[in-house]
Write a protein that binds this ligand. Structure first.
Ligand code: NMX
Ligand code: MLT
Length: 437
């Protein structure tokens, strides 16, 4: 078995026992209450699920297994010494809670490369998709098509024991993560180019190979991709893509079915699709002002933002269901831009938008959080390096998100978490409740 699997085998009994003991000794303790507002309002902030890999604080932002993003950048091994953390290092951390050594990361990279070959039917299927099919629809469908290889599904059909669910999930998790770069590269090269995909290069790390298969050989872009995958991986359990993976997986649908469902949630404009919407909004702003013969200034940006709001639309990349401050994922991308592309005109525009938008949204008076989220900044970085096809951006978010939701799915099965099934009520039930309370 791989060194990662061996470490997980060592860690699992302790975690399983601790959870059983917690349930036995403290199971009846109340951690939250539910108001009617929350019941109607998308269950916002109700503490009602277990998610081990990360935790989100409204003011501080995300911590992955207890580590902030700057801490990850400092502690996790990079591809080169002092470089951005690699997704392999993050996956190790998400799964074990431990910071890996460079050797452990290299072993995981090799393991992923060894699992990367796609089953024969997937590439022809992607190539046969109609031109113009959204890349997220292609990604979700391709993940479903990969499901023919699910170890979990085939072992379940043979009658495997509950005690082995974790092991089948582990296999599916790594195979699936390993196969995403080629799937996504085929989607990219077929959707926007002549369909020729550069050869898989197992001498590179996960992100380096992924970038070169997309057609990008600039090492600075590889560094961006490492950071990009890391920061998009996980955002605790309640966000729609994470929650969907957890919910679907709780029925013992295998990891392929669960991840495909998760990607469908990510494809919504209020969630991951916002990164494509942001770039569209910024380019629309530039174009409109150009047509009107106006300069891009804080005043003209403010006017354009108000037009968006008055048209009954949201400002993409701003607001958040949990965060109440600027997203640290925005800040770390901003730091990356300041280091690598300080004079890029689109980066300057993003900065000016950041100067004015909180005031506009505060005056608008609706959103609880007038600050930018992760999606506000990612497109400008990708575009700078030449990845200009912005309807592809959510696919990259999806690759990152797979690391987080599959790592948690592993623990869902390892901890024997049950079918998720919250209780719903009707509005008549609520009216009756109100009369009595
Ligand atoms: N622009 C305009 N109005 C907004 C915005 C925004 N950026 N954010 C929130 N609002 C409105 C929201 O539509 C709601 O209006 P109404 O009462 O008419 O329904 C009101 O403010 C209250 O919403 P909140 O409670 O602040 O936000 P909620 O938790 O419901 O939603 C988002 C969170 C992220 C869906 C929301 O802020 C939004 O639509 N943002 C723009 C889209 C976006 O950037 N999504 C990406 C989120 C991050 N990600 O990657 O998933
Ligand atoms: C995410 O990364 O999932 C988004 O920021 C949305 C969320 O956390 O609700």
């Amino acid at each position: 078995a791989s060194i990662l699997k061996k470490r997980l085998v060592e860690l699992m009994p302790g975690k399983q026992e601790a959870l059983t003991k917690m349930k036995k000794e403290h199971g009846a303790k109340i951690v939250d209450k539910v108001t009617i507002d929350q019941l109607i309002g998308g269950a916002r902030s109700i503490k009602s699920m277990l998610w081990e890999t990360s935790l989100l604080d409204p003011l501080e932002g995300i911590r992955f297994r207890g580590y902030t993003i700057p801490e990850l950048q400092e502690k996790l091994p990079g591809y080169k010494t002092g470089g951005e953390p690699t997704p392999e290092a993050l996956l190790w951390l998400l799964l074990t809670g431990e910071v890996p050594t460079k050797e452990q990361c290299d072993a995981l990279t090799a393991d992923l490369h060894a699992r990367a070959k796609l089953p024969a039917h997937v590439e022809p299927m992607i190539r046969a998709f109609p031109k113009g099919m959204h890349p997220m629809t292609q990604l979700s469908s391709a993940i479903l098509a990969l499901q023919t290889e699910s170890v979990f599904a085939s072992e379940y059909a043979k009658g495997t024991s509950k005690k082995k669910y974790w092991e089948h999930t582990y296999e599916d998790m790594l195979n699936l993560i390993a196969r995403l770069p080629e799937v996504c590269a085929i989607i990219y090269r077929v959707s926007y180019f002549d369909g020729v995909v550069p050869k898989y290069d197992s001498k590179l790390d996960y992100s380096g190979n992924f970038c070169q298969m997309l057609g990008f050989n600039d090492e600075a872009f590889h560094e961006l991709m490492r950071l990009y995958i890391v920061i998009h991986s996980d955002h605790e359990g309640g966000n729609a893509s994470a929650h969907t993976c957890h919910l679907v997986g709780s029925t013992l649908s295998d990891p392929y079915l669960s991840l495909s469902a998760s990607m469908n949630a990510l494809a919504g404009p209020l969630h991951g699709l916002a990164n494509q919407e942001v770039l569209g909004w910024l380019l629309g702003l530039q174009q409109t002002l150009k047509e009107q013969g106006k300069e891009v200034t804080p005043e003209t940006i403010t006017d354009f933002a108000w037009e968006t709001l008055k048209a009954g639309k949201v400002i993409p990349g701003y607001g958040h269901a949990v965060l109440r401050k600027t997203d640290p994922r925005y800040m770390c991308q901003r730091a990356f831009a300041l280091k690598h592309l300080p004079n890029d005109p689109l980066f300057k525009l993003v900065n000016t938008v950041y100067e004015v938008m909180p005031t506009v949204l505060t005056e608008h008076g609706k959103t609880k959080n007038p600050y930018p989220n992760v999606d506000s900044h990612s497109g400008v970085l990708l575009k700078y390096y030449g990845l200009t096809q912005y309807d592809y951006y959510t696919v990259l978010f999806g690759v990152g998100r797979a690391f987080g939701v599959l790592a948690q799915l592993f623990w869902d099965r390892a901890l024997g978490l049950p079918l998720e099934r919250p209780k719903s009520v009707t509005s008549e039930w609520l009216e009756d409740f109100i009369k009595k309370n």
